[in-house]
Design a protein around this ligand. Structure first.
Ligand SMILES: Nc1nc2c(c(=O)[nH]1)N[C@H]1C(S)=C(S)[C@@H](COP(=O)(O)O)O[C@H]1N2
Ligand SMILES: [Mo]
Length: 368
């Protein structure tokens, strides 16, 4: 019996919190109610979004579970859980759409043990990319495992904080999120953070799998399903600046007066959030929201005390007297701003829609 096994059907799925909004049952794709995102800075694990592309793998024997590192390297090696656990442990708070505290070994430390020094761009044998391969069965890979890759320079850079994580929010990783071991690539779209890690392959090129070569790429508006050439675009890595209002629903009916607008804002590549603007007139005029990671402490982007890879929560009190649209817009430290309209970033895959988040408020005036 192998250590980590991929079921061929959905009869061995873990149980999940009933409040999750399920987008698809099999493979499981669910998100929390949006209010849950702003009730705490770190998303409770049971509410953290869950995105898989096949049945959730099962560990039959953790003692036998291992990750092999191979490819264009001098010292291929197999790592058991005890080997990973014997390395220095790091806790990195990072947002993969929701925020969690990931605990694990740094990939840069692990790669050193197969003879790849820190800050390496190319191995002597020509390795430039690190491919992560799982065991799950995905239809997009014709029943093969999910896989993705990152540049070797990022993998061997200790400041990039790429982890082989075995903990999430101080507890052993659960099955939905990659037990026993997953990759966490901070600042990068979630698709590169491969769960249920089986092997690591050092290669001269980017991974040839579906999720790297197709799917997570952004195309210009001229590209449609008839003329698409996937090879013309690079795989998406860093995610763009984005924000969402979470304390209000899309349509809210209530009395006029003060409303507290709360939400999250985050940008990729470790770029902090410089500003979050709130409008109560559909985007004509703006007011700056306060930002925080730790409750009560004003967030300072780029400060050594702030969590570089994690979102900020924002809050603003606004006064609403008539029917209106409340809008949030974030700016990161590189002055990247969310686009106003989805039309401006339309792409056929429908990904990376980071246009201003708008919610409607309908005021019910009480009669005299
Ligand atoms: N093995 C494996 N890893 C995977 C996936 C998957 O389907 N299989 N989905 C990816 C995608 S698209 C996302 S967004 C994140 C979701 O991580 P989560 O379920 O822990 O939130 O995992 C990534 N890693
Ligand atoms: Mo994803």
């Amino acid at each position: 019996m192998p250590g980590l096994r991929a079921p061929s059907d959905y009869s061995e799925e873990p149980s999940r919190h009933p409040a999750l909004k399920i987008n698809a049952k099999a493979p499981f794709n669910a998100e929390p109610p949006r209010q849950a995102l702003v009730s705490s800075y770190v998303t409770p694990t049971e509410f953290f979004y869950k995105r898989s592309h096949g049945p959730i793998p099962v560990v039959d024997d953790i003692e036998r579970y291992s990750v092999s590192i191979k490819g264009l390297i001098e010292k291929p090696k197999e790592f058991f859980m005890k080997d990973i656990l014997s390395l220095p442990k790091y806790n990195v708070t990072a947002t993969l759409q929701c925020a969690a505290i990931w605990g694990g070994a740094k990939l840069a430390d692990v790669l050193e043990l197969v003879g790849i020094p820190k800050y390496t761009n190319t191995t002597p044998a020509g390795g430039k990319f690190v491919e992560f391969v799982s065991v799950d069965r995905c239809k997009e890979e014709n029943g093969g495992p999910y896989k993705a890759s990152i540049p070797l320079s990022q993998a061997t850079n200790p400041e990039a904080d790429v982890l082989l994580a075995y903990e999430m929010n101080g507890e052993t990783l659960n099955r939905d999120h990659g037990y026993p071991l997953r990759v966490v690539v901070p600042g990068v779209i979630g698709a590169r953070s491969v769960k249920w890690l089986d092997s690591i392959n050092i290669d001269s090129q980017d991974c040839k799998g579906f999720f790297v070569q197709k799917d997570y790429k952004m195309f210009p508006p001229t590209v449609n399903w008839d003329n698409i050439d996937w090879s013309t675009r690079r795989p998406q890595m860093d995610f763009p600046v984005q924000s969402a209002i979470c304390s209000l629903e899309d349509v809210n009916v209530g009395r006029h007066g003060k409303i507290t607008v709360k939400g999250y804002a985050v940008s990729g590549g470790g770029r902090g959030i410089e500003r979050v603007d709130i409008s109560t007139d559909g985007g004509k005029t703006w007011k700056e929201a306060s930002r925080y990671q730790k409750p009560g402490i004003q967030y300072v982007a780029d400060d050594e005390k702030s969590d570089k890879w994690a979102w900020v929560l924002f809050e603003a009190d606004v006064d609403v007297q008539s029917n209106t649209e409340i809008v949030a817009k974030a700016v990161d430290i590189a002055a990247n701003v969310q686009p106003e309209k989805v039309e401006d970033i339309w792409n056929l895959r429908g990904i990376l829609n980071t246009s201003w988040h708008r919610v409607h408020v309908q005021v019910r005036h009480s009669s005299m």
